[in-house]
Design a binder for this molecule. Structure first.
Ligand code: CTP
Length: 379
């Protein structure tokens, strides 16, 4: 099916795969090249190790059928055969599709679930196994997904990868801290999940992603570069440094707005009452405005009341192009509802979706916004 769609396909058979199919079958189906683990130490015509040249050549790697063993090895960086060294050297998990196939007991084993979760966190996409008759004649989840479905996923991802091709994103995520003394600080409960989902989605859609992260508890995404910051001032400095290089800024970070007027140099001793005097920490978006050229700015508005009205006002006075209005009831929850609004007044409501799904919706909205600006001659 891939060959019929004029896609170049190179096949690597694992030792296990060789027990089911021969290299000749794939050559006969029109594969551009077929390799096995016997080729592990071969060089290509330019004298480059095969796993390196294959990983540079591919736009996308499809692992199908992916056994529990292969998934476990991939998730742990084990590379004891050509297919694994190639995935490890490829290093762009947002361009890896995994279609698992195994016995349902192995599928449901918590170790397999953890390995799948780890690969997802690195950005890999899965075409989920289906429920049906398995090799041991039992019925359960673990059957390789329908080949049409796998094919569609490949085609969709090859298409998707073009959406933000050549675009550089700067995404901020997580909470900052403002110190009262060397061991105590003011912060907020941001986990970084939304920013990380956006970073993963932006990578998946072909963008180059720089991530500036404050304090987070969510699993790190796989992106082009990560910069760690502590205070709101640090966040401003790091963001400002990168701002001139990028096309799109997504401010998903939750910077602390206040800092103690004086930061004690020693740990403050216990006392009956302590009054803290706070002053404003820098506002990152407002401060960046002077450096703005063609960058598109997507910001968030976290509100407890008058969500839409306040979000629109925030968009205007913080010079955002798009605002994602977020209720505080979304914080810390797995699913959430948001309203996305652009500066021309277009808006969409996203109800009860996962953070990954919300991230994708935000980026599709952004893509439409960018296309409209080009159409209207604004960019
Ligand atoms: N933001 C920022 N600098 C700050 C605080 C927030 O750049 N010091 C950004 C956030 O990353 C977000 C947007 O501004 O994209 C709005 O953040 P929000 O917390 O909703 O608003 P605040 O500006 O803090 O305003 P308020 O607390 O008064 O609602």
């Amino acid at each position: 099916m891939l060959k019929k769609s004029s896609i170049s396909v190179k096949v690597i058979l694992t030792k296990g795969a060789l027990k089911f199919a021969s290299p000749l079958s794939f050559s006969a189906l029109g594969a551009d090249a077929v390799y096995t683990s016997n080729d592990s130490f071969s060089l290509d015509e330019d004298n480059i190790s095969l796993h390196l040249s294959l990983s540079r050549w591919a736009d996308l790697i499809l692992i199908a059928p992916a056994s529990a063993d292969f998934i476990a090895k991939c998730a742990n960086g084990i590379s004891d055969e050509l297919a694994l060294t190639t995935v490890l050297a490829f290093n762009k998990y947002s361009d890896v599709i995994v279609a698992p196939a195994m016995n349902s007991m192995m599928y449901e084993n918590p170790l397999t679930s953890k390995n799948i979760e780890d690969l997802k966190n690195l950005g890999a996409s899965f075409v989920d196994s289906e429920v049906g008759a398995l090799a041991d004649l039992s019925v359960g989840k673990g059957r390789l997904a329908d080949e049409e479905k796998i094919f569609e996923k490949v085609m969709y991802m090859l298409e998707e990868k073009k959406l933000f091709l050549g675009k550089k994103f700067l995404i901020t995520a997580g909470a900052t801290r403002e110190y009262i003394d060397p061991v105590r600080f003011i912060t907020n409960g941001s986990s970084g999940t939304m920013g990380f989902s956006l970073a993963r989605a932006a990578k998946m859609l072909g963008g180059k992603v720089y991530l500036v992260k404050g304090h987070t508890t969510a699993r790190l995404p796989f992106v082009d570069a990560i910069f760690e910051v502590d205070t709101t001032e640090d966040l401003l400095k790091e963001t400002r440094k990168l701002f001139s290089e990028i096309d799109i800024l997504i401010m998903a970070a939750a910077p602390v707005d206040f800092k103690p007027k004086v930061e004690a140099t020693h740990k403050i001793k216990k006392q009956k009452e302590l009054l803290l005097s706070l002053k404003a920490a820098p506002d990152v978006l407002k401060s960046l405005y002077n450096n703005k050229k063609n960058q598109i700015i997507v910001g968030f508005a976290l509100e407890t009341e008058d969500l839409i009205k306040n979000a629109k006002e925030k968009m205007n006075h913080k010079h955002m192009d798009i605002v994602v209005a977020n209720k505080n009831s979304n914080i810390g929850k797995e699913n959430g509802s948001v309203t996305i609004i652009d500066k021309y007044g277009k808006s969409i409501i996203i109800e009860n979706k996962s953070k990954d799904e919300i991230a994708q919706e935000i980026l599709l909205f952004l893509k439409n916004f960018m296309e409209k600006e080009v159409r209207d001659g604004k960019k």
